[in-house]
Design a protein around this ligand. Structure first.
Ligand code: NAD
Ligand code: TYD
Length: 361
């Protein structure tokens, strides 16, 4: 049975990836989820899998060398999928240090421990050993508004925010391990994800949550910054396909072919909420364009991100499958069905879930 070590599996993309993998492989795989449970980590995301025999949760910080080395000693890990990171640009502008700590030093610890556990005496690695580093398109900086410009795997790194600078640094460390030690890894650089379990500090869940409560919808600057939105399950599939079919040592960009201005996204969410809320739902009258409130721009706000996912399509056969109209409906439906999740997250109650869940373990 193949064993995966997933870091940051209690976060947004990590938990969607774990669900995807169990749906796809069932009992053919084992997943060890290593997560420090920061404000962004929520074990409630994994309630449906927590009792599986082939799922193990380990609460550990990726910066803790001993704890990570112990996991490699205890379990014969075949694959690492490294999601754990501080992930929010606005937080990185307020407090950059923790981004350097987790994203750069934490990645160095993960690389070192995997190398120590996997490297054979002659410096080679068994073919089953693979490390996938999950990164972002933000490392490439900002594109002009010209719709013919895209990020490619060959685009130069030009990060602007402390978040993207820390992710770029971690990517370069992975590249250094591949070049120096022939360490068996891949990097994926992905565009903005959306979908179930996303923490409501990010644009889409924040807008859904605020609109349903009739709260203001903050739009940074002129609202015309462009992001390329990808449904999270499509991303999970891409990660699996890169590990299965990708060429080692390569970078693959993963994008949604779905560029939209922030203000367009907000309009689509408001229109879709109106369509989906039943006529007698009291929230229906709260959800109006009047909630849109232009606020001070983010410092150093990147204007446009857009990925041309040509390489992953031609080499691996991956393409984004979920159209935005469909993905946003599924996301909203998920939030309708999981109101308690949102309440627990916004009240901080999910931190109690861990104590409750694991008090006897
Ligand atoms: P998230 O903030 O929702 O989750 C991060 C997870 O990592 C949390 O469970 C948190 O508890 C855990 N974590 C944080 N610090 C840790 C530490 N020191 N040790 C162990 N665990 C720690 O993030 P996300 O949106 O799921 O993003 C996952 C990865 O994907 C990140 O590497 C991010 O840079 C990358 N990415 C995200 C997006 C996006 O749109 N969300 C786009 C491209 C790339
Ligand atoms: P975000 O979801 O934070 O992702 P990222 O900064 O990694 O792209 O933001 C997406 C876009 O939405 C970005 O251009 C900033 C903008 N934004 C707002 O206008 N208002 C908000 O309240 C938030 C959180 C983001």
């Amino acid at each position: 049975m193949r064993t995966y070590l997933v870091t940051g599996g209690a976060g947004f993309i990590g938990s969607n990836y774990i669900h995807y993998m169990f749906k796809k492989y069932g009992n053919e795989i084992r997943i060890i989820n290593v997560d420090a449970l920061t404000y962004a980590g929520n074990l409630e995301n994994l309630k449906e899998v927590q009792d599986r025999e082939n799922y193990i949760f380990v609460k550990a910080d990726i910066c803790d060398k001993e704890a990570i080395a112990k996991i490699f000693e205890e379990y014969d890990i075949d694959r690492v999928v490294h999601f754990a990171a501080e992930s929010h640009v606005d937080r990185s502008i307020k407090n950059p240090e923790v981004f350097v700590q987790t994203n750069v030093l934490g990645t160095a610890v993960m690389l070192n421990c995997a190398k120590a556990a996997w490297e054979l005496p002659d410096g080679s690695y068994l073919p089953c050993k693979k490390f996938l580093h999950v990164s972002t398109d933000e490392v490439y900086g900002s594109l002009p508004e010209d719709e013919t410009a895209f990020f490619y795997e060959t685009s130069p790194y030009d990060p602007h925010s402390p978040y993207s600078a820390s992710k770029a640094s971690s990517d370069l460390l992975v590249k250094a391990y591949m070049d120096t030690y022939k360490f068996p890894a891949n990097i994926t650089n992905c565009s903005n994800n959306y979908g179930p379990y996303q923490f409501p500090e990010k644009l889409i869940p924040l807008i859904i949550n605020n609109a349903l409560q009739g709260k203001k919808l903050p739009v940074y600057g002129d609202g015309k910054n462009v992001r390329d939105w990808l449904y999270v399950e499509d991303h999970a599939k891409a990660i699996d396909m890169v590990q299965e079919k990708g060429r080692l040592f390569e970078t693959y960009n993963v994008g949604g072919h779905n560029e939209k201005q922030n203000i367009e996204i907000i309009h689509i969410i408001l229109d879709t909420l109106q369509e989906m809320l039943p006529a007698d739902d009291s929230r229906k009258k709260l959800v109006t364009y009047d909630l849109i409130t232009y606020v001070e721009d983010r410092k150093g706000h990147d204007r446009r991100y857009a990925i041309a996912p040509d390489k992953i399509k031609s080499e691996i056969g991956w393409e984004p499958e979920t159209m935005f109209k469909e993905g946003i409906r599924r996301t909203i439906q998920w939030f309708f069905e999981n109101e308690d999740w949102m309440k627990n997250v916004t009240s901080g109650d999910y931190q109690k879930y861990y104590e409750e869940m694991y008090k006897t373990k």
